[in-house]
Write a protein that binds this ligand. Structure first.
Ligand code: ZN
Length: 310
């Protein structure tokens, strides 16, 4: 069993409109945009990162906004819910706030002894806020959101799978332990994690496969401290029979990717070097940053991409 993974690093999803996406995360949810760059594999598309002040691993939700993308269809083989941690007692504030910013299907529910507010984001994204009593991660400062209510980072992701067996086995190999099981949901957690250490697996044997589109999670990334630990994880996965990509430089972290038996795309990303490698912490996310390989395209990219209005 591996011990290098400390929880989630980031969750990457797809959206239709970059301005709607930006407004939802920075204004409604009160996150900080920590990077404005392009999809390194398709530089005519933004890649927007939102998180805490520094973009700490375990707080970062990222989006590819594709102007012509159709709405995704929810189903099996995907992350169904991305859940954020908020302080105890904060859900009333959020249930009053979110509908005014375009969130729909806002509902309070309880499960695993936790109070949670579920809602759909601008593209139908499946989100939840979960009350956590002892999450000491510092929130980003937002004028309209008291620190007693503010988002701390991820709580968990919940994957909908036809059969959870192989994914559960994989997560246990990656260092997760089963901590609870209720009403068709198996909860795994990584001991001593980074605050975003929970994965829920929902068994949905009859559910049709999801279709990727706006509002869908594209992949979920797990955090390792550095490149040496990432190579250990890569070797162990390959020795177990997984087909893992080579290490790819994403400028703010190094990434490896592999497809899991349940259909969800996993990434393992390093905590180094971080989002301040090419701009000051005080100004993270303000300027359009391009990776070296696309820096020659700056004029074309700036002409093509719609400006983001903050
Ligand atoms: Zn990623």
């Amino acid at each position: 069993m591996l011990n290098q993974i400390s929880g989630l690093h980031h969750v990457t999803s797809m959206a239709k409109d970059p301005n709607e996406n930006n407004a939802f995360f920075t204004k409604a949810m009160g996150l900080r945009r920590v990077k404005k760059t392009v999809n390194f594999d398709s530089p005519d598309t933004y890649h927007l990162y939102y998180g805490d002040e520094n973009g700490s691993p375990g707080t970062i939700i990222t989006y590819f906004p594709f102007a012509h993308i159709a709405r995704g269809k929810s189903g099996s083989g995907e992350v169904g819910t991305t859940a954020f941690s908020v302080p105890t007692g904060a859900l009333d504030f959020w249930s009053n706030r979110l509908p005014g910013f375009g969130a729909t299907d806002v509902k309070k529910i309880e499960g695993f002894g936790e109070k949670r507010l579920t809602f759909a984001g601008p593209d139908g994204d499946g989100f939840a806020l979960v009350e956590v009593a002892d999450d000491h991660r510092a929130p980003w400062r937002h004028d309209g959101i008291d620190p007693d209510h503010a988002v701390r980072g991820f709580h968990s992701v919940s994957m909908r799978l036809r059969d959870i067996g192989a994914t559960s086995e994989l997560l246990r190999f990656m260092g997760y332990e089963e901590v609870d099981r209720k009403e068709g949901i198996t909860r795994l957690a990584v001991p001593g994690g980074n605050g975003a250490g929970i994965i829920d697996l929902e068994a949905k044997p009859l559910l049709e496969a999801a279709r990727l589109g706006a509002g869908s999670v594209h992949h979920v990334a797990f955090a390792v401290e550095n490149r040496a630990k990432q190579l250990e994880v890569r070797k162990a996965l390959m020795d177990t029979g997984y087909q893992v990509t080579p290490v790819i430089d994403r400028d703010y972290f190094w990434a490896i990717y592999f497809r899991t038996p349940g259909g969800v795309l996993f990434e393992v990303a390093t905590n180094e070097p971080g989002f301040d490698r090419d701009e000051d912490t005080a100004h993270l996310g303000e300027a359009l940053k391009l990776p070296e390989q696309h820096s020659g395209l700056r004029a074309e990219i700036e002409r093509y991409l719609p400006p983001i209005v903050d």
